[in-house]
Design a protein around this ligand. Structure first.
Ligand code: Y43
Ligand code: MG
Length: 221
């Protein structure tokens, strides 16, 4: 069995790239000093596709922009009722296709801006199943042209009428299982412990703890 993994030299510290200040705040609070990183505010284009592919593509683009190691993430809120749709007639496939497209659009940020918290609740009006899950996919690319590594965190919950401050996305309408409060109502420290982002970052931390990365210079250049 191999002992310690070979040292992997990184030209500079990892850059966490996002256009979302709230994400950065949480990532800072969760990672603390466990993973040294710097941040860069870049608004990546709202890509379409499967969440994992979006996350990886964001990482590839960010790595070539930064010309160094990057960490990015893509977050989505997924409604179980809309996925578990019964196929019942000739239009079903078209209907399912429309729902797929809806899903893809739902997770782009302008969708939430347009539809609002009430709209998210209305989407589920016809369904008894209000269950959902929040998912975060971090991608780490060690440099341009390197295949990104992904880390997935999921938190199950239900969609409820908005409660709590509305300063971060859909936090007011998502109530995680086992809690009486929505993400927006609970203290940040509680959200970060159980959130999709917290769970994904726990895996990122594990990766950094076991990978033998050494930073060549401090990345201040
Ligand atoms: O913990 C969260 N709690 C509530 N809402 C959240 C959370 N995390 C992301 N969100 C929102 C922001 C955006 O409306 C959509 C994801 O889009 P997403 O592309 O991942 O985020 P973004 O465009 O704001 O930032 P980025 O520059 O990293 O792509 O969900
Ligand atoms: Mg985005």
């Amino acid at each position: 069995m191999a002992g310690t993994p070979a040292v992997r030299m990184l030209p500079k510290a990892v850059t966490f790239v996002t256009g979302n200040a709230k994400k950065l705040e949480e990532v800072r609070a969760i990672l603390g000093t466990s993973v040294p990183f710097q941040s860069l505010k870049l608004d990546p284009p709202e890509l379409q596709g499967e969440p994992e592919d979006i996350s990886k593509e964001k990482a590839r683009m960010a790595a070539s922009k930064v010309n160094g190691p990057v960490l990015v993430e893509d977050t989505c809120l997924c409604f179980n009722a809309l996925k578990g749709l019964p196929v019942f007639n000739g239009f079903a496939n078209l209907f399912v296709l429309c729902l797929e497209i809806l899903h893809i659009w739902m997770n782009r940020k302008w969708f939430l801006e347009k539809i609002g918290h009430e709209g998210l609740n209305n989407l589920l009006k016809a369904y008894e199943d209000k269950s959902a899950y929040a998912m975060c996919i971090f991608s780490l690319a060690l440099g341009p042209g390197e295949e990104p590594i992904t880390f997935v965190g999921k938190t199950p919950g239900i969609i409820v009428p908005a409660r709590g401050p509305s300063d971060f996305g859909w936090d007011p309408v998502f109530q995680p299982d086992g809690f009486e409060q929505t993400y927006a109502e609970m203290p940040k420290s509680v959200k970060n412990q159980i959130s999709h982002r917290g769970r994904a970052l726990a895996l990122v931390k594990e990766h950094f703890a076991s990978a033998n990365y050494t930073i060549q210079n401090d990345g201040s250049a």
